[in-house]
Design a protein around this ligand. Structure first.
Ligand SMILES: C[S@@+](CC[C@H](N)C(=O)[O-])C[C@H]1O[C@@H](n2cnc3c(N)ncnc32)[C@H](O)[C@@H]1O
Length: 217
């Protein structure tokens, strides 16, 4: 995916299509990261989540992995040149992170950029770098199970994949089964918020081991 050409237009296009729904989705659970010390953001885009996080999590060092130099330039402009932020302009698929290191991971409308095969390579590596007790915020599109909500989501998602294929060369053609892969990797969703008839979701995931430990204490 080459989001460079789209970078400047990304926010106006988003507002035209979804109003503030995606923004509310991105920000919904960020306050949970208030005491985090190490945060990893993948596919940050134009810096809106980063700018919020710098305010919300004053003690956090934040690593940002973003493949588009244009997006990184926008993010730097929006978030300022905080010395707590480390930008890595690279393909997340090549990433290697230290095990059990980050208190939190944030991915917003990022995992949908991958084919199922690539998502299956990426998600386990990310799950491994989450520290015990850590949380992973996943803000994404989703397809409800049935009814008009399902058809509504499918129509939007088909349209978006076509749009991003034409404008950025996106290879993925459909949403990877993110929740299923997360569960296979031993992660559990502990909180969920949805918008637009279930088509836009904000989720909080944590390692299932941590949950069973919490309940047995
Ligand atoms: C759909 S945009 C979402 C941007 C932002 N997170 C948001 O909430 O709007 C996907 C972002 O992920 C980045 N991206 C896509 N594939 C990537 C990869 N393999 N490695 C790192 N960043 C990637 C794109 O450059 C783009 O900024």
């Amino acid at each position: 995916m080459n989001a460079g050409r789209l970078a400047r237009w990304y926010r106006p296009i988003e507002y035209a299509a979804f109003g503030r729904s995606l923004e509310r989705c991105r920000f919904a659970f960020l306050p949970r990261l208030a005491s985090a010390r190490r945060i990893l953001i993948l596919g940050e885009g134009d810096g809106r989540s980063l700018a919020q996080l710098l305010r919300i999590a004053p003690l956090a060092d934040i690593d940002v992995v973003e493949i588009s130099p244009e997006m990184i330039a926008l993010a730097k402009r929006r978030a300022g040149d905080a010395d707590r932020v480390r930008f890595l302009c690279d393909d997340a698929l090549k990433g290697r992170w230290p095990a059990r290191y980050y208190d939190a991971i944030v991915t917003s409308f990022f995992l949908d950029c991958f084919t199922e095969g690539d998502a299956r390579r990426l998600i386990p590596r990310l799950a491994d770098c989450l520290a015990p007790g850590g949380i992973w915020l996943i803000n994404e599109f989703a397809i409800p199970d049935n009814g008009w909500r399902r058809r509504h989501a499918q129509l939007w998602i088909r349209t978006m994949y076509l749009f991003f294929r034409v404008t950025t060369g996106l290879q993925a053609r459909q949403l990877p089964p993110i929740s299923a892969i997360m569960r296979e990797e031993g992660m559990r969703c502990i909180d969920r918020d949805q918008r637009r008839a279930g088509f836009i979701v904000s989720e909080v995931w944590t390692p299932a081991d941590d949950l069973s430990r919490r309940f047995s204490e």
